[in-house]
Design a protein around this ligand. Structure first.
Ligand code: NDP
Length: 244
């Protein structure tokens, strides 16, 4: 069934693929961006590929801005049945060198955002008896990562949120899941020096990076009507790099 889907950070490497796969599944797709100016080019590029997306500016770390953005989307596009909390940042540094600013900005952008953006949509989903929420975490939230106490904590926190909310809304037809990607071939990862990238790949049993489309396919599946029996899960998509 065609529904309205909101993807935060939908103009990024993985986000763009998520928007496209959800549109391919027949949904109307809305995305957010935080840096003004980039949306015109991105929307034009997507239009050239046959995609007509809606875009709203919003800092997902700002609670009030998220409530305003949600009200605007519901008024202008319609009720949101699918929410993908995908926006995220890293500010790496060993814990001994990490300042409060880099801790706070990652917690606010990667974890508080899940509260800020889910909050205004959850009642609509439970009232309508259908909802799909997918939180994009990371392999590093599952196994920890040197230099990422902030990011690992925020990404692990996302799954705690998933499990608690999944229990609260299960009877109302709303599922809440976490997807934890490993190394994905986005611009950021491809910009890493070739020898460093090769060392990363050597640690991945399938011997390659993942593709944004593979992550997006999984999210599109979890967002579909057929995925109603999957909730509270944390699905790893990491080429076997971390198994648990
Ligand atoms: P990108 O940096 O390409 O995209 C991140 C997106 O988040 C951007 O569109 C950005 O929008 C948005 N964003 C950042 N800060 C804010 C903010 N304060 N408010 C609103 N939007 C914001 O990253 P990826 O596509 O690689 O990552 C997407 C998700 O996947 C992230 O949560 C990341 O942690 C996770 N992930 C990525 C992996 C990878 O290998 N790439 C591996 C595991 C997890 P704008 O530019 O407009 O600010």
């Amino acid at each position: 069934m065609a529904r309205i889907a909101l993807v935060t950070g939908g103009m990024g490497g993985i986000g763009t693929a998520i928007c496209q796969k959800l549109a391919d599944a027949g949904h109307v797709v809305v995305t957010t961006y935080s840096r003004p100016g980039r949306e015109t080019q991105w929307l034009a590029d997507q239009k050239e590929k046959g995609y007509n997306f809606h875009a709203y500016q919003c800092d997902v770390a700002d609670y009030d801005a998220c409530q305003a953005m949600a009200a605007k989307i519901v008024a202008e596009v319609g009720p949101v049945d699918i929410l993908v909390n995908n926006a995220g940042i890293t500010k790496d540094g060993t814990f001994r060198k990490m300042g409060k600013v880099d801790w706070d900005v990652v917690m606010r952008t990667d974890l508080d955002s899940v509260f800020n953006v889910t909050k205004p949509f959850i009642d609509g989903m439970t009232d309508r008896g259908f909802g799909r929420i997918v939180n994009v975490s990371s392999i590093n939230g599952q196994k920890g990562q040197f230099g990422q106490t902030n990011y690992s904590a925020a990404k692990a926190g996302m799954h705690g949120f998933t499990k608690a909310l999944a229990q609260e809304v299960a009877k109302k037809g709303v599922t809440v899941n976490t997807v934890s990607p490993g190394y994905i071939a986005t611009e950021m990862v491809m910009a890493v020096k070739e020898e460093v990238r090769n060392a990363i790949i050597a640690g991945i049993p399938v011997n390659r990076l993942g593709n944004p489309e593979e992550v997006a396919d999984l999210i599109a599946y979890l967002s579909g009507d057929n995925a109603g029996f999957i909730t509270g899960s944390n699905i790893a998509i990491n080429g076997g790099q971390h198994m648990f």
